[in-house]
Design a protein around this ligand. Structure first.
Ligand SMILES: [Zn+2]
Length: 124
């Protein structure tokens, strides 16, 4: 760790939502956190932060995805019961919503986790 890095720099940290949307590195703020829409990069291409070594709770990601998919499927079933839209309209609407929702939830969850782990690693 560089001695010049002061804790006051953390004041300029982006909010978690924008960090998740843009995939911002917790150390340098470059858009390097994700190499695919919901896939974390191994390390930051800008500052070399070892992102992969910060990930220790990966097993929970699967649970989050499943819960979210379940919630979306239940919501889809309720709307179907309620409105009885034609099947093509359901697919047209719920396909992108499900994919987008799962990807965003994963990004948000992973970003939250990485930022949390990063802050913990800074306190040691
Ligand atoms: Zn970085």
């Amino acid at each position: 760790m560089l001695p010049g890095e002061s804790p006051t720099e953390s004041k300029g940290q982006p909010g978690l939502v924008s960090a998740a949307l843009s995939g911002l590195c917790p150390r340098c703020g470059a858009k390097t956190l994700f190499e695919a829409p919901a896939q974390l990069a191994d390390e930051c291409g800008n500052c070399g932060l070892a992102i992969v070594s910060l990930v220790r709770g990966g097993r929970f990601v699967g649970v989050v995805t499943m819960l979210l998919a379940l919630a979306l499927i239940l919501a889809a079933l309720c709307v179907d019961e309620w409105l009885r839209p034609p099947l093509w309209a359901s697919l047209l609407f719920w396909g992108p919503v499900t994919v987008g929702g799962v990807i965003f939830a994963l990004r948000f969850y992973k970003t939250m986790w990485i930022y949390h782990q990063y802050e913990e690693s800074q306190q040691q």
